[in-house]
Ligand binder design. Structure first.
Ligand SMILES: [Zn+2]
Length: 224
C-alpha cells in the first residue's frame, strides 16, 4: 500500500486496477493466514486415538501431518491427525472427510469454481478465469481434472438410478463418438394446486408440501 501511495505522489494519478488487485491479493493473503490458523487440528484426546478400519481392524493415531490446500483465499496449510492401520497399512484422515478435502488439494469452494469455469472449454480459459476472477493460480490440467472428476462422481451416484430405470429400445446412433459430455442439472420448487401434493411431506415437519420439484438439465459438448 505504501508503494502505491508513494507512486501516486510521484505520478499524480492513481491506477485503480493495480490498486484493487493488490488490495485483493493482500486480503487473500491475510485470509489464508487466518484460515491456516483455523485448520491446525489438535492431537486427538487419549480416548480418540483409535478408529475402525474398513479391513475390520483398528487404525491407531500416528501423528499430525500437514498438506497444502488451495482455497478461495489462496494456499493454506492444513495440519490434521493421521491414523494408520497396522493390519492393512491404510492411512485415514478423518479431518479431511469432515472438511471435504479427502484426496484433494482443492477446497470445496475452489472445486466449485473449477467445475464452473471448466464447463467453458477450452480449459485454458478456465485457468485464466480463475486467475482474473478469483486471483487463484491453477494449472489448466487441474481445471480439466476437477470438472471431469465431478462429472465422474455424479455419474457414479446416478448408476443406481440408471440400473433401476426402464431400458427403452433406443435407435442405434450414427456419427462420431463424443468422448465427453457436460451435464448441468438444477431443480426448483414450483407451486402447484393442493391435489398435486397429496401424500407428500413438506419441508417443515407436519406441514403439507406446497410445491413440486421441476428439474431442468442441459447437456453440452466441449467445443475446442
Ligand atoms: Zn486396516
Amino acid at each position: 500500500m505504501h508503494v502505491i501511495f508513494s507512486g501516486r505522489r510521484k505520478s499524480g494519478h492513481l491506477d485503480l486496477e493495480a490498486i484493487e488487485m493488490a488490495v485483493r491479493s493482500a486480503m487473500h493473503h491475510a485470509g489464508a493466514t487466518a484460515l491456516s490458523e483455523l485448520l491446525q487440528f489438535p492431537v486427538p484426546a487419549t480416548e480418540q486415538r483409535t478408529l475402525s478400519c474398513s479391513c475390520g481392524h483398528r487404525a491407531h493415531y500416528r501423528e499430525l501431518r500437514s498438506k497444502r490446500v488451495l482455497t478461495a483465499v489462496g494456499k493454506v496449510e492444513v495440519s490434521r491427525p493421521c491414523y494408520l492401520c497396522p493390519h492393512c497399512h491404510a492411512g485415514q484422515f478423518p479431518a479431511d472427510v469432515e472438511l471435504d478435502i479427502e484426496n484433494s488439494e482443492f477446497s470445496p469452494g475452489v472445486r466449485r469454481m473449477q467445475a464452473m469455469v471448466g464447463q467453458e472449454a477450452p480449459f485454458d480459459h478456465g485457468r485464466q478465469q480463475m486467475k482474473l476472477l478469483a486471483d487463484l493460480e491453477v494449472i489448466t490440467k487441474t481445471v480439466e481434472r476437477t470438472a471431469e472428476a465431478i462429472g465422474a462422481d455424479i455419474a457414479a451416484r446416478e448408476q443406481d438410478e440408471i440400473h433401476r430405470a426402464v431400458q427403452l429400445d433406443l435407435p442405434i446412433v450414427g456419427g462420431r463418438p463424443i468422448p465427453f459430455l457436460y451435464v448441468q442439472l438444477d431443480g426448483t420448487g414450483v407451486p402447484v394446486v393442493k391435489k398435486e401434493t397429496v401424500g407428500r411431506a413438506g419441508k417443515t415437519e407436519g406441514q403439507p408440501a406446497h410445491t413440486r420439484e421441476a428439474k431442468l438439465a442441459s447437456i453440452s459438448t466441449p467445443s475446442r
